[in-house]
Unconditional design. Structure first.
Length: 212
């Protein structure tokens, strides 16, 4: 059985590398590529029989977590493997909650990508040791949860954008929200994390590796 696959990544070189690795295996057929959310939607319309979506979580046009939630609602049988530059402890748990079937860091060996694809297509979750550890920590030590892990997905997105130096208006545009709503999220973030201002928030984000 051939696995019809769509590869989505906004970095052309990275996307080409993923396609090349997958194409070395005759049972995996890459039928389309996309560089952003709109191209991804177009590819899904053109190829409604796609079995697997290999996707970066940081895409132009729409946040990856939001994309996962939308796909999970609209196409519950589509298997989604996230291949991301972000460490597992930052996004993996949120990705799984949103509907991902697997999460792999881009620094992983090519063999790991194929292993992840095989697991996901077989109907199982692909979980690295790092993710397994994070799951155990999350289940058994909730009182030790880091402050940013208490945030909702939208609040977490807002935190990262604030810490990366984005203006309120830019954040509102990026998240398709009103500036007033972004201000409400900012206030919630500061309250939940016991921080006083954007400078403290940015310092926290850098210290915890939440921004590049």
């Amino acid at each position: 059985m051939v696995t019809r696959t769509l590869v989505v990544d906004d970095h052309a070189i990275v996307r080409r590398g993923i396609v090349q690795i997958l194409s070395e295996h005759p049972d995996i057929q890459v039928v389309a590529e996309a560089g952003d959310y709109n191209e991804m939607r177009s590819a899904l319309r053109q190829h409604p029989d796609i079995d697997l979506l290999v996707m970066d979580i940081g895409l132009p046009g729409k946040n990856g977590i939001d994309i996962l939630k939308t796909l999970h609602e609209e196409m519950p049988k589509l298997r989604v493997l996230i291949v991301s530059m972000y460490p597992e402890d930052q996004y993996a748990l949120r990705a799984f909650r949103a509907g991902a079937a697997g999460y792999l860091n881009k620094t992983s060996a090519p063999e790991k990508l194929i292993e992840a694809v095989r697991e996901v297509i077989a109907g199982r979750k692909f979980v690295t040791p790092e993710i397994a550890h994070a799951l155990i920590e999350n289940l058994h030590a909730p009182e030790q949860t880091a402050p940013h892990e208490r945030l909702s997905d939208r609040e977490f997105q807002t935190l990262k954008l604030i810490a990366s130096g984005k203006r309120l208006s830019d954040i509102a545009q990026a998240l398709a929200l009103s500036p007033k709503t972004v201000s409400v999220y900012r206030a919630r973030i500061l309250e939940k994390m016991a921080l006083s201002n954007n400078a403290e928030l940015t310092h926290y984000a850098i210290k915890n590796g939440l921004v590049e």
